[in-house]
Design a protein. Sequence first.
Length: 118
Amino acid sequence: MLNLPPSVRIFVCVTPVDMRRSFDSLAELVRQYFKEDPLSGHLFVFRNREEDKIKVLYWDRDGYAIFYKRLEEGTFALPKDIGAGVEVNATDFTMLMNGLDRVSHRQQKRYIRQGAGV
């Protein structure tokens, strides 16, 4: 379970982003799409066109950090809200990372390694 302080907000960019982007260009997208300060300590989530990769940019007291996840199978159940970005709560973000559609509450298709005792 994700444990974030209540002061941390989570923003999801619903517009596809080139996953080759890194710290500074993602920070510029934060300013552009969300009209937020990338140094705020909030989480900023970006997706690719196929919705099988996400990057999370955040400021960690003394520098940027990026979390990058690529699915072997299936897609993320990302918000389809109108506009460039949408704010989600920590529960919705945890559901997204675990393959649950926050609207239908159904498990999305995921890769399962054969022979792995899950």
